[in-house]
Write a protein that binds this ligand. Structure first.
Ligand code: 3HC
Ligand code: NAI
Length: 706
C-alpha cells in the first residue's frame, strides 16, 4: 500500500486519506496512491460511499510544482481523475485548508464536495504561468457557470467556502472541527437520502453572455502587462463553452502543455520558490525561537509610519503610534481611517473591521508610550540627527529585549544601532510605499543584530503578509541601491535623446506596472532631490550628472502632488499627460551642454536599465548584501513592480545568458553611453560567471543557497 494514500473503512463508508506534508501536493506517489486506493475502495463491497480527505494542515494544494519542467511521471493527474469518474459509487471530497489547482481538480472529479467554513478553493495556476491542466477549466464552469469560472480561473483568486457554496462549487459547508468529520457527516446523508452520484462532467453547462470572452480578453490585455497565462485561461474556458467535454479536455491539455513550455512559466515558478526561499536564512535554525511579539509601537505617523501601523493592526497587533505634534498625529490618524474606509467602500473589509483596526491603534505624543511594546518601528524624518535623538530616547524607554527597528531608506543602520546601548536589538525594517499595500519588506541586518531579533522581524513580516528579504548594510540596501543605477540610465537617456513618455512606454511594454518617470511623479520629485543633495558630498566629481530632475524641483514641479512633474496632471486625475514644457526643458538643457540628441530605440532603453540592474545586483551578491539572486528578484518584483512573469532582474540576466549581458554592456560602452564607459564595466562576479558560461542561479546553488 502507498505511503502517502491510505484506505480504511468506517462502517459503510470507505475512507481515502492523503498525507503528503507539508501541503499534500500531488506528487507521482500521491497520484499512483490515489488510483491504488480507489481500486481497493471500488472492490470493497461494504463501502457504499467513498470519502476523500487529507491529513495535516490542508487539503491537496495542487500539483507538485517541484516536478514542473522535468519529464512527466506516470500516472498523470488526468488518469487519477478519470479513475474517480469511473467510480461505481459516489465519492465525497471533504476540504479543509486550501483546495488549490490540481487539488480542486481532484475534488471536481468527485461527485460531492463539502468544506469546513474556513476552507478556500481556487485554481491559482494562472499565477504560475499556467492554466488548470487536469480538467479544471472544463469542470468548474459546469458547477458555477462560465462567468464565475472565468473570473476564478483567470484571476487565480482563492474563493472562501461560503462563496464557493453560494456558487455551487461546494455542496455544503459543515462547521465541525475537522474535514474527516465533515466528510463523514455528508457521506451519511448521501447514503440515507440516496443522493444521486452525478459526475461534474455530466452536468449541463449554462450559456454565457455572447461577448463574455471578448470582453474578458480585452480587460485582461489591459491588466496583465504582457503575461500570457490569463489569456490562455480564457481560451480554455471558451473551449468548455464550445466543445463537447472530452474534446474540451484535449484542448485544455494542449494549452496547458504550451504554457508549461513557456519562459513565463519558468519565471513565475522560480518567483514562487524565491518567495519561500527568502525566509530561509543560512545559520538561522528554522526552529530558532523568536522573541514574544504581543504589542508594537511606531514612531512617526507620516506617509510611512501610518502605513506601517496599518500593517501591524491588520495582523491583529495592538500598536502605539507616537507623533511629535497633535496636528501631525491627527493628520496621520485621519489618513489611516480614510484608507480603511476606502477598503470598506470597496467591500474588502467590513465596517466593524474598520473600527476594530482603528481601536488597535493607540495614539500617543510621548516617546515613553513605547514602554509596553515588544517591537518599535521608527519612521521619522530621514535625517541621521533626528534618528540619533529618537534611538537615544528609545534606549531609555523601550523595555529590555524589545526589537528596535528603523524604516530608514538609505541611512547606515549600524550607526543607528550605535545610538543605543543595545545594538544587538536593532535592525532595519524597510517598508515600501504605500506600506499597507506593497508586499516587500527589506530586513536590514547589521553585523551585530541578534539572531532572535532577526527571527522576530521575519515572523512579524510573515504575519503582516509581507515578503521579507534580508539585506546587509549599504547605501540603499538591495532595492534602492540598484534603483540608483536604473535611474541613472534613465536620466542619461533623457538628456541624450528620449522623452519621459517614450521611456515609460518602453518600460511598461516590458511589463513594469509604471515607468520610472511616472513613478518619480508619484513618489515626489522632492524625495529624489533631497537624496541627491545628501549624496553631493560623496559623489565622484567626474561622474556624469544630469540635473533635469533638479530643474523640475526648482520649478516647484514635485510630481502628482503639485499637479506637475515629468508630466502634467489634470485636477483629480492621476493620468500622466506629456508636457511640451518638459520637452522644451529637456531639449534646452541638452543643447546647453552641447549634446546632440539621437533617436534611442525602445530595445536600447530596456537593455540599458536591465543590464544596469543586473550588474549592480551582481555586486550586491558578491558583497553578501543579498543572500541569493532570487532574493534580489523578490525585492524587484514586490517592491518595484518588476513583472513577475519576467522573473526579476537576475533571472532575466540568467535567462538571456550572462555572456549576452556582458556583450550588451561592451556594446553599450561604445555606443550607448560614450561619456561614461565605466558604467558598463561588468561586475567581477558577472564577468567571471559569463566567462564560465554559468549563471547567477548556478552560482547560488553551488553555495547551497539556491
Ligand atoms: N508543490 C510543491 N511544493 C509546494 C506546493 C506545491 N503545489 N505548494 C506549497 N509547496 C511547498 C512550499 O514550497 C513550501 O516549501 P518549503 O517549506 O520547503 O519552503 C511548503 O510547501 C509550504 O508552503 P508555504 O510556505 O507557501 O505555506 P503556506 O501555508 O504559507 O501556504 C499554500 C500554503 C496556500 C498551499 C501555498 O503554498 C500555495 O499557494 N501553494 C501553491 C498552490 C498552487 O499554486 N497550486 C497549483 C499548482 S499548479 C497545478 O495544480 C497544475 C494542475 O492544474 C495540473
Ligand atoms: P514623513 O515626513 O511623511 O513622516 C515623518 C513623520 O515623523 C512626520 O509626521 C513627523 O512629524 C514625525 N516625526 C519627526 N520626528 C519625530 C519624533 N521625534 N517623534 C515622533 N514623530 C516624529 O516621512 P516618511 O516619508 O513617512 O518617511 C519616514 C521614514 O521612512 C524615513 O526614514 C524615510 O526615508 C523612510 N521611507 C520613506 C519612504 C517613502 O516613500 N516615503 C519609503 C520607505 C522608507
Amino acid at each position: 500500500m502507498s505511503d502517502v494514500v491510505a484506505y480504511e473503512r468506517e462502517g459503510d463508508i470507505g475512507l481515502i486519506r492523503v498525507t503528503n506534508p507539508p501541503v499534500n501536493a500531488l506528487s507521482q506517489a500521491v497520484r499512483a496512491g490515489l488510483i491504488e486506493a480507489l481500486t481497493v475502495g471500488y472492490a470493497d463491497a461494504a463501502a457504499k460511499v467513498l470519502l476523500l480527505y487529507c491529513g495535516g494542515r490542508t487539503f491537496v494544494a495542487g500539483a507538485d510544482i517541484e516536478e514542473f519542467g522535468k519529464p512527466p511521471l506516470e500516472p498523470g493527474l488526468g488518469a487519477a481523475i478519470a479513475a474517480m469518474e469511473a467510480a461505481p459509487k459516489g465519492i465525497v471530497a471533504a476540504i479543509h485548508g486550501t483546495a488549490l489547482g490540481g487539488g480542486l481538480e481532484i475534488a471536481l472529479g468527485c461527485h460531492f464536495r463539502v468544506g469546513l467554513p474556513s476552507a478556500k478553493v481556487g485554481l491559482p495556476e494562472v499565477k504560475l504561468g499556467l492554466i488548470p491542466g487536469a480538467g479544471g477549466t472544463q469542470r468548474l464552469p459546469r458547477l458555477c457557470g462560465l462567468e464565475a469560472a472565468l473570473d476564478i480561473i483567470a484571476t487565480g483568486r482563492p474563493v472562501p467556502a461560503a462563496e464557493a457554496r453560494r456558487l455551487g462549487i461546494l455542496d455544503a459547508t459543515i462547521d465541525v472541527p475537522d474535514a474527516k468529520t465533515a466528510g463523514l457527516t455528508f457521506a451519511r446523508k448521501v447514503i440515507e437520502e440516496g443522493l444521486p452520484a452525478v459526475r461534474v462532467r455530466d452536468r449541463k453547462l449554462t450559456a454565457a453572455p455572447a461577448d463574455l470572452f471578448e470582453k474578458t480578453r480585452a480587460a485582461l490585455r489591459r491588466r496583465s502587462r504582457g503575461q500570457t497565462s490569463p489569456l490562455a485561461c480564457v481560451d480554455a474556458v471558451e473551449a468548455a463553452a464550445a466543445l463537447p467535454f472530452d474534446e474540451g479536455l484535449v484542448r485544455e491539455r494542449a494549452i496547458f502543455m504550451d504554457c508549461m513550455a513557456s519562459p513565463q512559466r519558468a519565471a513565475l515558478v522560480q518567483a514562487f520558490f524565491g518567495e519561500r526561499a527568502a525566509g530561509k536564512i543560512p545559520g538561522l535554525a528554522p526552529a530558532a525561537a523568536a522573541r514574544p511579539l504581543n504589542r508594537a509601537a511606531v514612531i512617526g505617523a507620516g506617509t510611512m509610519g501610518g502605513g506601517i501601523a496599518m500593517c501591524l493592526a491588520n495582523a491583529g497587533l495592538p500598536v502605539t503610534l507616537v507623533e511629535a505634534t497633535q496636528e501631525a498625529l491627527d493628520r496621520g490618524l485621519a489618513r489611516i481611517r480614510g484608507n480603511y474606509e476606502g477598503s470598506a467602500k470597496r467591500g474588502r473589509i467590513s465596517r466593524a473591521e474598520v473600527e476594530k483596526r482603528m481601536r488597535l491603534i493607540e495614539p500617543a505624543l510621548e516617546l515613553s508610550a513605547v514602554a509596553g511594546a515588544d517591537m518599535v518601528i521608527e519612521a521619522v524624518f530621514e535625517q541621521l540627527d533626528v534618528k540619533r535623538e529618537v534611538f537615544a530616547e528609545l534606549d531609555r524607554y523601550a523595555k529590555p529585549g524589545a526589537v528596535l527597528a528603523t524604516n530608514t531608506s538609505y541611512l547606515d543602520v549600524d550607526r543607528i544601532a550605535s545610538f543605543t546601548a543595545r545594538p544587538g536589538d536593532v535592525l532595519g525594517m524597510h517598508f515600501f510605499s504605500p506600506a499597507n499595500v506593497m508586499r516587500l519588506l527589506e530586513i536590514v541586518k547589521t553585523g551585530r543584530t541578534a539572531p532572535d531579533v532577526l527571527k522576530t522581524a521575519l515572523q512579524a513580516g510573515k504575519s503582516m503578509g509581507k515578503v521579507a528579504v534580508v539585506a546587509g548594510v549599504c547605501d540603499g540596501f538591495i532595492g534602492n541601491r540598484m534603483l540608483k543605477y536604473y535611474r541613472r540610465q534613465v536620466s542619461y537617456m533623457l538628456e541624450d535623446g528620449a522623452l519621459p513618455q517614450q521611456i515609460d512606454k518602453a518600460i511598461t511594454d516590458f511589463g513594469f506596472a509604471m515607468g520610472p518617470c511616472a513613478v518619480e511623479d508619484l513618489a515626489g520629485i522632492d524625495i529624489g532631490y533631497l537624496n541627491r543633495r545628501r549624496q553631493d558630498a560623496t559623489r565622484d566629481p567626474n561622474e556624469r550628472y544630469v540635473d533635469l530632475a533638479d530643474k523640475l524641483y526648482g520649478l516647484g514641479r514635485l510630481g502628482q502632488k503639485t499637479g506637475a512633474g515629468w508630466y502634467r496632471y489634470q485636477k483629480d486625475s492621476r493620468k500622466p499627460l506629456p508636457d511640451p514644457l518638459v520637452e522644451k526643458l529637456i531639449l534646452d538643457a541638452a543643447a546647453a551642454k552641447g549634446i546632440t540628441r539621437r533617436e534611442i530605440p525602445d530595445e536600447e532603453i530596456r537593455s540599458r536599465v536591465l543590464c544596469a540592474l543586473a550588474n549592480e545586483g551582481a555586486k550586491i551578491l558578491e558583497e553578501g548584501i543579498a543572500l541569493r539572486p532570487s532574493d534580489i528578484d523578490q525585492v524587484w518584483i514586490h517592491g518595484y513592480a518588476f513583472p513577475a512573469h519576467r522573473g526579476g532582474p537576475m533571472f532575466w540576466a540568467d535567462a538571456l545568458g550572462l555572456g549576452k549581458v556582458v556583450a550588451a554592456m561592451a556594446n553599450g560602452a561604445r555606443k550607448w553611453d560614450r561619456n561614461s564607459a565605466q558604467n558598463w564595466q561588468p561586475a567581477p562576479l558577472l564577468a567571471r560567471l559569463a566567462a564560465e558560461g554559468s549563471s547567477f542561479a548556478a552560482w547560488s546553488e553551488a553555495r547551497g543557497e539556491g
